[in-house]
Design a protein around this ligand. Structure first.
Ligand code: ADP
Ligand code: 5GP
Length: 208
């Protein structure tokens, strides 16, 4: 019997580009059907294999700015020269429907989510070293030399913000990082504040 149909949680994952955030987020989404990725809007062009509406909603700069003016975004930021934004609907509706919302966003966006959703759990993912980060970015083969230098410079600024996050995970061995992220997620779903039905039923029986 499932005695506890709980409220959804919000999990934000930040990492310097190339750390392995997408890899780990995909795994979380595969293993836990209750987690739904908040699909961001972006003005950057799609990479090979990316699907509009699944990975991002790809917009022109004009379309993005129109939506921004109309109050469509819970947060937005400019990253590596492109605009990115989280639709308000994902930030508010998913947890209210009992779904856990996963936000793959940058540190500027994480700071805004912390202000509007104070209960969100914020995870910062580190690469094991600068050299390994650069190796992974090169191995992914999606960046020009200019794009690579930009990402390495942004990485230093982003890691300087890691202190105010709730959890730190180093993505050295993928399997260990995965077990740690999994543990963070599962533990975050066990807060008593998320279980209204439990509080009305068994919790009342035990005088809680
Ligand atoms: P991000 O979303 O953070 O930019 P990706 O998930 O695209 O990063 O990963 C960047 C590259 O590093 C990919 O080629 C991915 O397969 C690889 N990668 C991810 N995690 C690890 C790891 N623990 N060890 C080695 N390579 C990794
Ligand atoms: P990429 O272009 O490599 O997919 O993403 C670049 C950076 O933008 C990553 O750090 C990613 O997490 C971040 N990002 C993706 N979507 C959003 C969003 O909606 N808002 C913010 N603030 N950052 C985002």
């Amino acid at each position: 019997m499932n005695a506890c149909r709980r409220t959804g949680i919000s999990v934000v994952i930040c990492a310097p580009s190339g750390t392995g955030k997408t890899t780990l987020c995909r795994r979380l989404l595969q293993e836990f059907p209750n987690i739904v990725l908040s699909v961001s809007c972006t003005t950057r062009p799609p990479r090979a294999g990316e699907v509009n509406g699944r990975d991002y909603v790809f917009l022109s700069r004009e379309e993005f700015l129109q939506k921004r003016e109309a109050g469509f975004f819970a947060e937005w930021a400019q990253v590596h020269g492109s605009f990115y934004g989280t639709p308000l609907a994902a930030a508010w509706n998913l947890p209210a429907e009992g779904k856990d919302a996963l936000f793959d966003i940058d540190v500027q966006g994480a700071a805004q989510i912390r202000r509007c959703l104070p209960a969100a759990r914020l995870v910062f993912l580190f690469p094991p070293s600068r050299a390994e980060l650069e190796r992974r970015l090169r191995a992914r083969g999606t960046e020009s030399e200019e794009g690579l230098a930009l990402r390495m410079a942004t990485a230093a600024r982003e890691t300087a913000q890691a202190r105010w996050f709730d959890f730190w995970i180093v993505n050295d061995e993928l399997e260990q990082a995965w077990q740690e992220l999994r543990a963070v997620y599962v533990a975050s779903t066990l807060s008593p504040s998320l279980c209204p039905q439990f509080q009305a039923g068994p919790a009342a029986e035990w005088g809680l």
